[in-house]
Design a protein around this ligand. Structure first.
Ligand code: ZN
Ligand code: ZN
Ligand code: FE
Length: 750
């Protein structure tokens, strides 16, 4: 009975829209001589097919096997139906009314087909067209205004397709079939070059060429890209890099470099296969790579840093630029310090005035600003350190169906927000530190955007427990009931979610700062995570930070506080008058909050060993210490003690000071410090007797510390878990807050 007629319905969700899924289904169905239809709905893709049973079986198999490259199917359900009346197979219009549980795709790097066409002089409308795209590539999240993903609900709605584009858009066999941002030289967005007053200097190809000339001559170009503006400059020109540092008030934090190909990246850095795949992936993130010696990239791009953040050109416009320039460029976010990335060509003139010399803009509006993601290969796996373009807002699946929707506002540093509904958790792209009104405004906008896209009014709002966090205060001002979540507990839960594992687990949560339950600053925590909640089983001995926040900015103060606590004396370069003042403040406990933070311990050790005494960007001293330690293969550890629930570091500190006096190399001291921290983790894991050990918090962006800890834990028979798609730093807090709120809900309903 092989030719018996049957009809089936399939419902799929996941990343199935905007990836060429419907044309794929159309081709597959027609090849199998099936009638029926396929439709995008807000709950995913719905397919009905009718035809010979044997053909349907094969169709169903290939549907999952041969799906488009960028598609991800999370759910697949099939149901047998009565025969219908379709004569052909067709693609029917989207239905926006169904329940919203579909994924919004992140923006995808330009595909090889489009690139080839862009470089093909016979491809007329697409030749050298900077906004070329197809169903496999191009903008998605950055242009979407509401769901489902259709042209009229994107910022491309205002561009009327020309006849040729429409023909491609409507032809199921064309690779641009229903490519929502489809555009060409005739009908799509175009380039303009503006001077600092916004006057149009040139258009189209001419604008590009003039902009490139300026870059060659050492000018700083503001470039409107996919998710916002970049500041572009010649990365081999020391003078312009320093000029950019001055104008951006960014003395040392590394700049990212963009090159045109994987091959090009290998000229400047060691690139492993994993790293190359990451560079070439559709997400095309900034990858932290080890620099090669004697490269022509200016020293001040990443001063004192053995690594370089590198990405490949990911938008067609970047390719055009790099092809012509033939030199690596700095591509750093176009913003002022602590402000969000600029996305609007009219606002950018003011926002980047005094920084950029000229502006290469276009008229495809960016609805949702997204920064470049930063990824590093750690312990043979990618770790997303900053989650933006290419990753956000792909959802995470939580292993329960939520009756209510939950939103979270994250923390005040490296902020992201998150939303959970049904069985999905959606994290916003990286928003940044909430230090400016503009950043807070952007935080609000992102929160509303997620809510509007998914058409849900959250029933529960989770925030950090810190009473002074702006994010918490904003949440409290807007909602009568909020769920405050302890900072380090949120880190721990984000790590559980990222690894898809459950309790119990011992969470090693080390970071710079977080509000503790006892009102002190936590950051060197060992939390036992159970179904019930968390228990602070161990923590680093606290020490005072003279001046509080001021100590974070001036790590020498932190070192002063550490020595004070240990009753040790050292000259730290302060004048005796100033030292006396600090000492008096410490004696009287005036603005000297206590901290157990491992991040601050790193700062203090960096100062004592002399590797760094400044904190011009978060983590600068810790990074300097990591780089020093990487140069040593010393395997020794310093002494430490577990006293009740406290990690006593007195002996370690005394031995470090002894080593300094004995003129032991700074690299060895730094290495021994790292080794000791791993040994502490293993000791506590043994003491607590927990098999699973989570390594989370900003300190675990340190590759040496992380890999060291993983190895020592494995050797001792433990199961270490670390981060993957959710950042270990405060970028992951929003996700953890949601998971905490879910646990709260469960408790309340019991
Ligand atoms: Zn393409
Ligand atoms: Zn066109
Ligand atoms: Fe943190």
């Amino acid at each position: 009975m092989h030719n018996k007629q049957e009809r089936y319905q399939y419902k799929l969700n996941g990343a199935v829209q905007g990836v060429g899924f419907r044309p794929f289904v159309y081709r597959l169905a027609t090849e199998h001589r099936l009638s029926g239809w396929v439709q995008n709905s807000a709950s995913g893709v719905i397919i009905e097919v009718e035809g010979a049973a044997v053909n349907i079986t094969s169709f169903e198999k290939l549907l999952q096997q041969d799906k488009p490259h960028n598609a991800v199917i999370n759910h697949f359900v099939s149901e047998r139906l009565d025969l219908g009346e379709d004569q052909f197979f067709k693609i029917i219009e989207s239905d926006p009314t169904k329940l919203l549980s579909v994924s919004i795709l992140p923006d995808l790097a330009v595909c090889p087909d489009c690139l080839a066409e862009m470089n093909d002089p016979t491809a007329d409308r697409h030749y050298r067209y900077p906004f070329i795209n197809c169903t496999n590539c191009g903008p998605r999240f950055t242009i979407i205004k509401s769901l489902p993903y259709d042209r009229q609900r994107t910022t491309m709605a205002t561009f009327a397709m020309c006849d040729e584009c429409r023909a491609e858009y409507e032809n199921p066999l064309n690779r641009r079939f229903h490519a929502q941002p489809i555009a060409c030289l005739k009908c799509g967005p175009h380039l303009e070059l503006w001077d600092i007053d916004g006057a149009v200097v040139a258009k189209h190809e001419d604008a590009l060429m003039r902009a490139l000339n300026a870059v060659r001559q050492g000018k700083i170009l503001a470039l409107k890209g996919l998710g916002g503006f970049h500041l572009i400059a010649d990365a081999t020109n020391e003078e312009v890099v320093q000029k950019l540092r001055k104008r951006k008030c960014r003395p040392r934090q590394p700049f990212a470099v963009m090159v045109s190909s994987g091959k090009e990246s290998e000229k400047y850095c060691d690139v492993s296969d994993d790293e190359l795949n990451l560079l070439l992936s559709p997400a095309a993130p900034i990858v932290l790579l080890r620099k090669k010696p004697k490269i022509k990239i200016a020293k001040s791009v990443a001063p004192g840093n053995p690594f370089l953040g590198m990405m490949l050109s990911y938008a067609p416009l970047h390719y055009l630029i790099l092809q012509e320039l033939n030199t690596p460029i700095i591509a750093t976010s176009g913003n002022r310090r602590d402000e969000p990335i600029c996305i609007d060509e009219y606002k950018v003139l003011e926002c980047l005035s005094g920084i950029a010399d000229l502006f290469l803009v276009h008229n495809r509006p960016i609805n949702n600003g997204v920064e470049d993601s930063v990824v590093r290969i750690m312990a043979d796996r990618d770790m997303v350190l900053r989650r933006g373009r290419g990753y956000a807002p792909l959802p995470f699946t939580i292993n329960k169906k939520l009756a209510k929707s939950i939103s979270s506002v994250g923390g005040d540093m490296k902020n992201t927000v998150a939303l959970a509904l049904a069985d999905k958790l959606i994290m916003s792209p990286h928003i940044g530190d909430l230090n400016t009104p503009q950043a807070c405004e952007n935080h609000d906008k992102m929160k509303n955007m997620l809510r509007d896209l998914y058409e849900t009014e959250p029933d529960i709002i989770a925030c950090d427990k810190h009473p002074d966090y702006r994010s918490s205060q904003m949440a409290q001002a807007l909602f009568s009931k909020v769920t405050p979540v302890q900072h380090h507990y949120a880190h721990a839960l984000s790590c559980l979610l990222d690894n898809e594992i459950d309790t119990p687990a011992l969470a090693v949560v080390w970071d710079g700062t977080g509000y503790g339950d006892d009102g002190t600053i936590w950051g060197g925590e060992f939390l036992q995570i159970t179904d019930e909640g968390y228990d602070r089983v161990f923590h680093f001995r606290s020490f005072p930070l003279p001046g509080g926040e001021a100590a974070v900015k001036t790590p020498t103060r932190t070192a002063f506080g550490l020595l004070y606590e240990a009753e040790l004396k050292r000259k730290l370069g302060f004048s005796s008058k100033y030292a006396a003042l600090l000492e008096e403040a410490l004696n009287k406990k005036i603005n000297c909050p206590l901290t157990s933070s491992v991040g601050r311990l790193f700062d203090a050790v960096a100062v004592l060993t002399g590797v760094s005494s400044e904190n011009s960007f978060e983590g600068e001293p810790a990074m300097a210490l990591e780089f020093a330690a990487m140069k040593s293969d010393n395997t020794e550890i310093y002494d430490f003690e577990l006293k009740e629930d406290v990690i006593a570091w007195q002996k370690m500190l005394e031995q470090i000071l002894d080593n300094i006096d004995e003129k032991v190399s700074v690299c060895d001291i730094a290495r021994k410090f790292h080794n000791t921290l791993s040994a502490i983790i293993v000791s506590v894991a043994k003491e607590v007797d927990s098999k699973r050990v989570l390594l989370t918090g900003g300190c675990f962006q340190n590759k040496l510390l992380l890999e060291n800890a993983i190895n020592t834990l494995k050797i001792a028979g433990f199961e270490p878990y670390w981060h993957y798609r959710i950042p270990p730093g405060d970028g992951g807090i929003a996700a953890g807050q949601i998971m905490a709120a879910i646990r709260e809900q469960k408790k309340e309903s019991q």
